[in-house]
Design a protein around this ligand. Structure first.
Ligand SMILES: Cc1cc2nc3c(=O)[nH]c(=O)nc-3n(C[C@H](O)[C@H](O)[C@H](O)COP(=O)(O)O)c2cc1C
Length: 189
């Protein structure tokens, strides 16, 4: 099934917001989110039954969160919902949780799309953005996949990055490299 890499914003009952990259399925008027356990996103989805899907081409958000180097990003209120969207999102969907299929590892949360808004135009595909997203997935799996596989894939992804990156992609990539380096030093890998 087709997966869209997005940023999910959620909040708890006290309006504390949480931002996380997730891969979602979009089927007509429905979105399926599959958070691994344990997950703050899952807790918030259960608590407030609401979320925003942020479609965003600033890939620093993906890299910043998975590396832990920049976890806070600008948020903006949306009409008639307590969960805020990313200020820099190109577009967003507002979601209402409909059902949950529980699972030991990865529950499946089905949501209705109750609103859709566009904020900025889509400016075409960029290979460096693809590289950063792929590298962010690798970073989120550090410790679970072998270091030589990670380093080999990073080396390949750097080709597209070097040819097509702008400043935001270069900054995101520097966070990815910093995180991998510090992980290797800490784990003597
Ligand atoms: C592109 C991308 C897609 C991801 N997709 C998922 C996902 O579908 N489910 C998930 O649990 N984590 C996913 N992750 C990892 C989470 O973003 C990360 O583990 C995050 O900390 C989620 O946990 P949290 O809600 O407690 O913050 C993804 C990471 C990246 C970079």
């Amino acid at each position: 099934m087709k997966i869209h890499e997005v940023i999910i914003t959620t909040c708890d009952m006290d309006d504390n917001h949480h931002i996380a990259p997730m891969g979602i399925n979009i089927i007509d008027n429905e979105v399926i989110i599959k958070p691994f356990k344990p997950s703050k996103t899952l807790e918030n989805l259960r608590e407030t039954k609401s979320a925003i899907v942020n479609f965003i081409d600033d890939v620093r958000v993906f890299a910043g969160i998975v590396t832990g180097i920049k976890k806070e990003w600008g948020l903006e209120k949306v009409s008639s919902n307590k969960v805020m969207r990313l200020k820099e999102a190109n577009s967003h969907f507002t979601l209402q949780v409909k059902t949950e299929t529980d699972d030991e590892v990865r529950p499946k949360i089905s949501c209705d799309i109750i609103d859709r808004k566009v904020h900025k135009p889509f400016l075409g595909f960029n290979r460096a953005q693809f590289s950063v997203i792929e590298a962010a997935v690798l970073v989120s799996r550090l410790g679970r996949i072998p270091m030589d596989k990670i380093n080999k894939e990073i080396e390949y992804l750097k080709i597209g990055l070097d040819k097509t990156a702008g400043n935001t992609e270069l900054e995101a990539w520097s966070w990815i490299e910093e995180k991998i380096k510090s992980f290797e030093i800490k784990n003597d890998a």
